[in-house]
Design a protein around this ligand. Structure first.
Ligand SMILES: O=C(O)CCC(=O)C(=O)O
Ligand SMILES: [Fe+2]
Length: 410
């Protein structure tokens, strides 16, 4: 049998081979290694007696690789490939490897089958009558400055007004409370429950979280029309900011984390949460993902790596009204310098942010009243860039304010 594995660096394939050696009586031969595409791979020849034995061996091989934190993409396990249509001059031996072009073709089609099977690339619609010229930047920050792989890298926070008008904001808000309920009076107990939400793994919390039935409504497929419209506006804006068709906005697929980390959430902080109810957290970091079908294709990489999907969250503040002194803005932290910036809450404001930024939900001040919640809906996306490019979140003319380590560009 031949085994085609993807997402392998040279050192990863060395580990794969030693794992195979440990599992099989005779070690596999590396038939071919290919690194000429974004899907690195190795084609290994395994001495497997039958298809039943081979699926068992392959399962344990994959588990042992998972245990080693090596993300393999098993793209095919099949009887040896026929020799490539070689030129008549080359010897037609059955052991001769397929040509790089033939191998590339096999990999490409195996990878696209895997991508399709796991819903890793489902572009969001961008058709909407909303005009991107309505979007205006209310705040724009760069944080987390660092040289990554020889490139100066910063993360972005961009607050946009004019994306969610009053009608859309009202429809989004109505996803968070029942009909005829006045959302300014406190959370709707049919939609929210206390302690259902924690923004850090294993965190205990007395804050309000969506009940699972309300959460399921937000996550429904197709999405509620208001969410669909929000996503279409975002998608249209990002296409415009990145010169047309070169980027693709998708929901963060379930195949990244499984169902325990959903792509849509709601928040309803109240003044009573001031005593440590909300913690700093990151939403996700593609360099720290657990083993998953997503990891098998994309591997680990730093967010904003050229050519790689960028993990981005959009937070929308959906209250009917919000007083200037009521606080509750989202707080963003630059860990190396501990500098923070806060984006202020305005009804309908959208905050776009890199998911690896350390941030926390803002809690309303006493002036907001004891029980008045500040509502937000947070949607997680992956933004696929053009080949070898970093997809942009802001227009060229929208000058960022540099925060903390972002000022330290060498
Ligand atoms: O509502 C906010 O201020 C931020 C929301 C957030 O960080 C989240 O839902 O992960
Ligand atoms: Fe968050």
């Amino acid at each position: 049998y031949e085994l085609l594995l993807g997402s392998l660096s040279r050192s990863e394939s060395t580990s794969v081979i030693s794992s195979c050696k440990a599992l099989l009586r005779s070690p596999p031969a590396v038939v071919h290694e290919h690194s000429g595409s974004s899907h690195r791979c190795a084609l290994l020849s395994l001495p497997l007696p039958s298809s039943r034995a081979s699926s068992k061996t392959i399962d344990s091989l994959i588990s042992s690789l998972d245990a080693l934190s090596i993300p393999p993409l098993l793209v095919s396990a099949c009887p040896p490939l026929p020799p490539s249509p070689a030129s008549p001059a080359s010897p037609a031996s059955p052991a001769s490897p397929p040509s790089p072009a033939a191998l590339q073709k096999i990999i490409t089609s195996a990878v696209s089958a895997h991508v399709k099977k796991h819903g890793l690339l489902s572009p969001l619609p961008s058709s909407t009558s909303w005009s991107t010229s309505a979007a205006t930047p209310a705040a724009h920050y760069h944080l987390d400055g660092a040289t990554v792989d020889g490139r100066w890298d910063v993360s972005t926070v961009l607050a946009l007004d004019g994306m969610v008008d009053d009608a859309l904001r009202r429809d989004l808000l109505s996803l968070l409370h029942g009909k005829k309920f006045d959302p300014e009076r406190g959370v709707d107990g049919r939609v929210w429950e206390q302690g259902a939400f924690s923004d850090v793994v294993g965190g205990a919390s007395s804050t309000w979280g969506l009940r699972s039935s309300s959460h399921a409504r937000l996550l429904s497929d197709p999405p509620p029309p208001a969410l669909r419209e929000l996503e279409a506006r975002l998608s249209k804006l990002l296409l415009a900011l990145n010169d047309g068709a070169s980027v693709t906005l998708c929901r963060m697929p379930e195949a990244c984390f499984g169902p325990s980390v959903p792509s849509v959430g709601g928040n309803a902080p109240v003044a009573a949460d001031a005593d440590g109810g909300y913690c700093y957290h990151i939403d996700a970091d593609p360099s720290l993902l657990p083993p998953s079908p997503w990891l098998d294709v994309h591997g680990h990489y730093p967010n904003r790596c050229p050519g790689k999907p960028r993990f981005v969250t959009a937070v929308v503040y959906v209250n009917e009204a919000w007083g200037e002194t009521w606080g509750a803005g989202t707080v963003f932290l630059d860990p190396p310098t501990e500098e923070t910036v806060e984006v202020e809450v305005r009804p309908g404001r959208v905050v776009l942010m890199d998911q690896d930024i350390t941030h926390r939900v803002g809690v309303p001040g006493k002036a907001a009243g004891k029980g008045r919640p500040r509502y937000s809906i947070a949607v997680k996306f992956v933004l696929h860039p053009a080949p070898n490019k970093v997809a942009s979140l802001a227009a060229a003319g929208w000058e960022p304010k540099l925060v903390g380590s972002a000022k330290e560009k060498p």
